[in-house]
Design a protein around this ligand. Structure first.
Ligand code: 8X3
Length: 259
């Protein structure tokens, strides 16, 4: 494995779930971290913890990835110690609602398109030039099984993740004549705030998503962080393109073995 120690990693959506778990793993491995999310108080608490536990250097940024101006001005706004971002984990995003295409809430549609697609494109636009210039870079996009399995009630969420898959594959063609890599990680059910956000705080509905899942239950955020670390620590010649990861009891977005 190639060490990531000493590299600077920027993680969006780092205040919870997969983003936070990835920040923890990369701090443990000796990265300098830029953690970005809308919830700055959570980032501050995370940064304190990572400094105490691992002696990590962490810079917190209150960022909404849908704010393109804020994203585009971020590289030059970072303190010098964090200016050489060579790992970008595009994790911010999510699903809102389970409406049919006949009933889509257009505010939810706009939010999903803005965060899941425009946000990833903007962060990649902002940070990939520096990676190419410095000859060192890896972009990891968090996609979903929803990017390859398009289920009813998820038309727009699925469309955003299919878009991210296309963006990742096309971007690889733009980058293949550079040392920079791009990877997508596509998880099935992961027990994070994902379902609570999708169901707009309805804990009962959210808990139902993961209820009774057999053989160890849903994936945990740390499982996906582990996959991300795997992709990031391959030798320079190895580019992991795409990782599709299910819980053991899951075979599609709708095939889930439950007690
Ligand atoms: C999360 C997985 O199946 O809820 O991206 O879309 S699913």
């Amino acid at each position: 494995a190639e060490p990531v120690a000493g590299r600077c990693a920027l993680i969006t959506g780092a205040s919870s779930g997969i983003g936070q778990a990835t920040a923890e793993r990369l701090a443990e491995l000796g990265c300098r971290l830029v953690v970005a999310a809308r919830r700055k108080d959570r980032l501050d608490a995370l940064a304190t913890r990572l400094a105490n536990d691992f002696g990590a250097k962490v810079h917190c940024v209150a960022l909404d990835v849908t704010d393109v101006d804020a994203v585009m001005s971020l590289p030059s706004a970072l303190p010098a110690e964090f200016a050489d971002v060579s790992i970008l984990v595009n994790n911010a995003g999510g699903a809102l609602g389970t409406a049919k295409c006949t009933e889509n809430n257009m505010d939810d549609v706009a939010t999903m398109l803005d965060a899941n697609v425009k946000g990833v494109v903007a962060c990649t636009r902002a940070f990939s030039p520096g990676m190419v210039e410095r000859g060192c870079g890896h972009v990891v996009n968090i996609s979903s099984i929803a990017g390859v399995e398009w289920y009813g009630g998820g038309s727009v969420y699925c469309a955003t993740k299919a878009a991210i898959n296309a963006f990742t594959y096309a971007s690889r063609k733009d980058l293949h004549d550079t040392p920079c890599k791009i990877t997508s990680v596509s998880p099935g059910f992961v027990n994070t705030e994902f379902a609570t956000v999708r169901f707009k705080g309805d804990k009962g509905k959210a808990d139902n998503v993961y209820a009774g899942m057999k053989y160890g239950g849903p994936l945990l955020a740390e499982d996906i962080a582990d996959n991300i670390v795997y992709a990031l620590t391959r030798p320079g010649r190895v580019q992991v393109c795409d990782m599709l990861v299910y819980p053991t009891c899951q075979a599609s977005a709708r095939d889930i073995a439950r007690e």
